[in-house]
Write a protein that binds this ligand. Sequence first.
Ligand SMILES: [Zn+2]
Length: 115
Amino acid sequence: MIHIIPICDIKEHEKSPYCHCKPRVDWDNSIVVHNAFDHREAVEIAKEILEEDTMSREHGLNDIINFGKMEGFTVEEAIQADPEYMVWFNDNVESFPLDAECRRLIEHELNRRGL
Ligand SMILES: [Zn+2]
């Protein structure tokens, strides 16, 4: 569990989802956002952490695609088989973001084919 606790708050917080400040709990990401007793917001910090988490969910070349016409192939195999499809994939499939290395390989494969 990651606890987001307002710094220098007027009362102590417990590192628990059941803290007396009635924190907001994001069970999916294991983040507990505590409420400041002096009403300052920890929301901005929480957003930053969630965004970082989204970045870390990006998929790399060795990840296996689990749906669509490339199901069962790794990202690298799919790019080598059909880089144009993977351009579409990168632009449209929000649930399976590709990392920078994948996007570089797509570019490379398109260039190699003169596309
Ligand atoms: Zn608390």
